[in-house]
Ligand binder design. Structure first.
Ligand code: BTN
Length: 251
């Protein structure tokens, strides 16, 4: 890859401990001129954040905790969910390279091995005049942690391979993959990203259980639309799109 094409991870800022790398990245963006593509990596987060206001806890030094600062101003705002898709695909590709085990994606962008979560993504966009001025892509990838105590649905690279990994090596590979997929988005190659995403999306074309506020229901998973909504079909043939906050997929 040409040097010009290597944007993500050109600069890596490592910090021992921080509240959240996403917060740190947001502060950097506000206070300094930080180059796009910069990666913030922390060994420990005191208040790591997950999707839906959850916490993201991680044993000190065991896992990859990073945030990437990106410029997506050339992407129309309505296409921004492709960023989620490409990040999930890049993580999938690097984890498969490392472990040799198949990785699946769960809407919107959980990364699963054997139906357990090995990585999660939290993207936060900064808006300016109805345009996305910058995006912060937070990635938590479980690498060497083997005890997740209360979280039974978590796994790590070490759990599935019984090997330890150097965080720097995992980071380098992940950045390589992110650069490849990021380039597809910058080239507006939405179709490739979308096709690949749907190929490894868990439960596509299967009947699954979901929960919304107060009830559990069964529906056929059709796919994920451009807005990042999950498209479900019901027994009576009706079709509905759901936002992330509306439902939970029970697998
Ligand atoms: C999820 O709930 O699946 C998303 C988890 C995202 C965690 C990462 S760890 C690095 C970055 N900093 C944070 O506070 N969160 C993200």
């Amino acid at each position: 890859m040409l040097m010009n094409d290597y944007i993500i991870g050109n600069q890596v800022i490592k910090v021992q401990s921080v509240d959240s790398t996403n917060n740190y990245a947001a502060k950097l963006l506000n206070q300094t001129k930080v180059p796009f593509g910069s990666v913030i990596m922390a060994y420990y987060q005191t208040s790591g954040r997950g999707q839906r206001n959850s916490l993201w806890n991680s044993v000190n030094g065991n896992n990859l905790l990073i945030s990437i600062i990106l410029d997506l101003s050339s992407i129309p705002p309505e296409k921004i969910f492709y960023l989620s898709k490409l990040v999930a695909l890049a993580i999938k590709s690097s984890v498969e390279n490392i472990t040799g085990i198949e990785v699946m994606l769960k809407w919107p962008n959980d990364i699963l091995i054997n139906k357990k979560k090995v990585a999660g993504v939290l993207i936060e966009n900064q808006w300016k005049d109805k345009k996305i001025a910058s995006s912060i892509v937070g990635i938590g990838l479980n690498v060497n942690q083997i005890d997740f105590s209360e979280i039974k649905s978590a796994t790590s690279l070490k759990i599935v391979t019984s090997k330890n990994y150097e965080l720097n090596v995992v980071l380098k590979l992940l950045c390589d993959k992110l650069n490849i997929y990021y380039k597809k988005l910058i080239n507006l190659d939405y179709k490739t990203i979308d096709d690949e995403y749907h190929k490894c999306l868990i439960n596509v074309n299967s009947w699954c259980d979901f929960r919304d506020n107060n009830k559990t229901f069964n529906a056929l998973v059709k796919g994920v639309n451009e807005q990042g909504e999950l498209i479900l079909e019901f027994r009576n043939g009706s079709i509905k799109a759901y936002e992330l906050k509306q439902i939970t997929q029970l697998i």
